[in-house]
Design a protein around this ligand. Structure first.
Ligand SMILES: [Cu+2]
Length: 179
């Protein structure tokens, strides 16, 4: 076997290994958790404050980085009264008495069973003032804003390029050591 042939065979073997690793490690895009229903439901018109905000997903979600907030008509005030609870497919947070009548928004972010974040918003209306105080509790004010959007592709491309470069260097080195 000539040095050239040996190099080609080793390069092919390295590329095959990289390809297998990429396939095994790639995210399964079809397995994201899906919101099935909510309470309040989307575009609901409520006269009184519900005891809690509840989200139901199509599969159990992981209790990691979970966020469930209810924003007031001013877009900034928070109305959740305590920490988020995750039990299998059910994600919930207790609510304090809502404030002025108007448009409220449930904002959520959960982690799918496959590890991917799923986020979204659910609008609803309060038709009569709830008497609650709009003052923002310190804990709620510290909550991170939701990061909507798809999982970025660039880490995979960059990682693939780095692996490819490394594989090429290794193959060259092995080929040289042979000769
Ligand atoms: Cu996924």
């Amino acid at each position: 076997m000539t040095s050239r042939c040996s190099f080609a065979v080793r390069m092919a073997a390295v590329l095959a290994a990289i390809g297998a690793a990429a396939v095994l490690g790639a995210p399964a895009a079809a397995a994201h958790s899906v919101l099935v229903s909510s309470s309040p439901s989307a575009d609901a018109a409520l006269a009184v404050t519900p005891a809690e905000a509840v989200l139901e997903f199509n599969e159990p979600v992981e209790n990691r980085f979970t966020e469930l907030t209810v924003l007031g008509p001013d877009g900034a005030s928070h109305w959740e009264a305590g920490p988020v609870s995750v039990v299998d497919t059910r994600v919930s947070a207790p609510l304090r008495p809502l404030g002025p009548a108007g448009a409220y928004t449930i904002r959520y972010r959960v982690t799918s069973a496959d590890g991917h974040p799923v986020s979204g918003t659910i609008p609803f209306r309060l038709t009569a003032a709830g008497g609650g105080d709009a003052a923002v509790p310190a804990a709620a004010a510290a909550a991170r804003p939701g990061e909507d959007g798809p999982v970025p592709l660039w880490p995979w491309i960059t990682g693939g390029a780095v692996l490819l470069g490394t594989g090429f260097a290794v193959a060259r080195h092995l080929s040289r050591a042979d000769a």
